[in-house]
Design a protein around this ligand. Structure first.
Ligand code: IFM
Length: 444
């Protein structure tokens, strides 16, 4: 058995568009995900987040579920279009929802960890170019200002941006997430502006608001491996790592973009003047912690026909329903590398979890041994890393509930709590009971 010390935080995580519903209530307007979901062929079976887990109406009941789990902390995100439904128009009613949620959490001794952006960009912002436009910095600053004015002091920590790689590259380069564009130049601009909005927000909190509430960013990181020792496969691995990891890690922790990737991207983008003097200093402004969402390793091989000369290779690892390799050892290698090459900041695993096709039994049980084992292995990996002094200070299971899994709609269940989307009933899965025990005993 491995122990977690008293200071280690256990939590669980969700995001606004994936669980809230209430899409047209409280003055909220459309986000890019409402638009994308309504576009035929973009999301599995035309699913959308219009109702989702109906958390907007059931948050009190949901807080009781979190309490039952016994976790100290709950990570959720705020829907920007609830707060600014139109450009420059602040909506008090939208803010009131988050105040009520935070109050309910605090009344139940659960610490709120708030993500300010988890992909639901207001449609009005996208209509003017979205994250590809430098105007996004002004819009985000106005939003962040209001959020800090109303909520700083009530929350335990702030996460500025969740997974910029997904928001920028899945959304603007690969087109599989909202807004569904396939344009490398837009993607690079979006990535840059998202990172810049992060730095700008950290400065706003620390300098303008003079606040000492901890603040950081969350990246999704994938340790890549080459299918063989061949020179070409090593190139593939390096490029996959550059595209997914280094393009974000380097500016945040080194204040520069990786030159090999600038060379590679130059094939698609000739003008990098969107990176303006001073931007990289802002992006690399010191934070208080570093959030990592970890799910899987990646195995790649050389492919001359593919962007950046790399493509997924066959892997014989055991997989989750997302076809993602279960890879806790590679997770450990990733953390060791981050410690060697990038940062000493406390690391928080802000997401980790697995999708499996769960079945609700007649007596309302969900037996999910694979998910339980996945969570157990990663918790063990963390405990071992901490024995090596890697300073991982918290772990948040993704996700509290089955929810809207983006382009996969409701087809993929990540929750440790099952949601019957016909009745909106919630049922704790075996993995939730397992996690509850780990949290109570502080050992795995
Ligand atoms: O559901 C997502 C979440 O929104 C961001 N990180 C990965 C999860 C699983 O795909």
């Amino acid at each position: 058995m491995k122990k977690f010390d008293k200071a280690f935080t256990f939590g669980t995580a969700t995001s606004s568009y994936q669980i809230e519903g209430g899409a047209t209530e409280g003055g909220r307007t459309d986000s890019i995900w409402d638009t994308f979901s309504a576009t035929p062929g973009k999301v599995f079976q035309g699913d959308h987040g219009g109702i989702a887990c109906d958390h907007y109406h059931r948050y009190r009941e949901d807080v009781q579920i979190i309490k039952k789990l016994g976790v100290e902390s709950y990570r959720f995100s705020m829907a920007w279009p609830r707060i600014f439904p139109e450009e420059g128009v602040y909506n008090q009613e939208g803010m009131a929802f988050y105040k009520a949620l935070i109050q309910e959490l605090k009344a139940n001794d659960i610490k709120p960890v708030v993500t300010m952006y988890h992909w639901d960009l207001p449609q009005w912002a996208q209509d003017q170019g979205g994250w590809a436009s430098r105007k996004s910095l002004k819009w985000f600053s106005e939003y962040a200002h209001k959020v800090f004015e109303e909520l700083d002091g009530l929350v335990d920590s702030w996460i500025t941006q969740n997974e910029p790689w997904c928001a920028a590259f899945l959304g603007y380069h690969q087109g599989v997430h909202a807004p569904g564009h396939r344009n490398m130049e837009e993607a690079l601009k979006a990535a840059h502006h998202i990172l810049l909005s992060h730095g700008q927000t950290v400065k706003l909190l620390k300098e303008t608001f003079q606040s000492d509430t901890p603040i950081g960013i969350t990246l999704n990181l994938t340790p890549f491996y080459a299918a063989s020792d061949s020179y070409n496969d090593q190139i593939a691995k390096n490029n996959a790592d550059g595209y997914t990891n280094r393009w974000f890690l380097d500016p945040i922790f080194r204040g520069s973009y990786p030159s090999d990737m600038i060379n590679l991207f130059s094939k698609y983008v000739h003008d990098f003047s969107f990176v303006q003097p001073g931007d990289l200093e802002t992006i690399s402004v010191p934070c208080d912690f570093f959030g990592i969402n970890y799910y899987s390793r990646g195995l790649v091989e050389f492919n001359g026909a593919h962007d950046f000369l790399q493509a997924a290779a066959y892997s014989d690892y055991e997989k989750t329903e997302m076809h993602w390799d279960i890879s806790p050892s590679e997770f450990q290698e990733l953390i060791r590398r981050l410690r060697q090459e990038y940062t000493d900041l406390p690391i928080i695993i802000t997401e980790n979890g697995a999708a499996y096709p769960d079945q609700l039994t007649e007596d309302k049980q969900i037996h999910d041994p694979e998910r339980t084992s996945y969570i157990q292995k990663h918790l063990q990996a963390i405990a071992e890393l901490n024995e090596e002094g890697m300073n991982i200070s918290g772990y948040f299971v993704w996700s509290l509930f089955d929810n809207f899994e983006w382009a996969f709609g409701y087809d993929k269940r990540f929750g440790i709590v099952y949601v019957d989307f016909d009745t909106q009933e919630r049922f704790m899965k075996d993995s939730a009971h397992f996690y509850r025990k780990v949290v109570r005993e502080r050992e795995v």
